[in-house]
Design a protein around this ligand. Sequence first.
Ligand SMILES: [Zn+2]
Length: 182
Amino acid sequence: MPTPLSASSAPDVEAACAAHDLTPAEFGALRDAAQGAKARAYCPYSRFRVGAALLTRSGAYVTGANVENASYPVTTCAERVAFGTAVVAGYHQQAQQQQTQADGQQGAGVGGGFKAVAVATDAVGPASPCGMCRQCIREFCDLSVPIIMFDKDSKFIVMKLEELLPLSFGPDSLGVPDPAKS
Ligand SMILES: [Zn+2]
């Protein structure tokens, strides 16, 4: 794991943003959104709160938190809650944006895919998305999309999806148009 940086250090934030095509304002908004979502986690069993935030290419922020269940496997991670919400809102592909605008429907401007993913936990040291969530992110994001992981003190690391999930399997592997590239 890379050495964690500090979200309260302007040079650390600026370096991370420069490396991943983000602005410090976007970085701060992602942190706030992920940490805010974490506060709404439903996790009476693990008591391990997780918040996720997605920055769409159209400039919207979509959040999710982990939602646990008495039947443990029914539990859904924060990242997958966020992506489910984003897909229903139409943020996941460029084609959706064009269709929406062509129809002249309310909601024009959504779509375009995702620019960054952020995850926040109460762990000491940044925690990374589980394997299932890495695969979920792969479905909708370009391999270059940064995944920012915040710990309880806003220490963070950033890794690209292709670093967290090398040799990945995605829509293009099955001959289906890749939402991240359409
Ligand atoms: Zn997960």
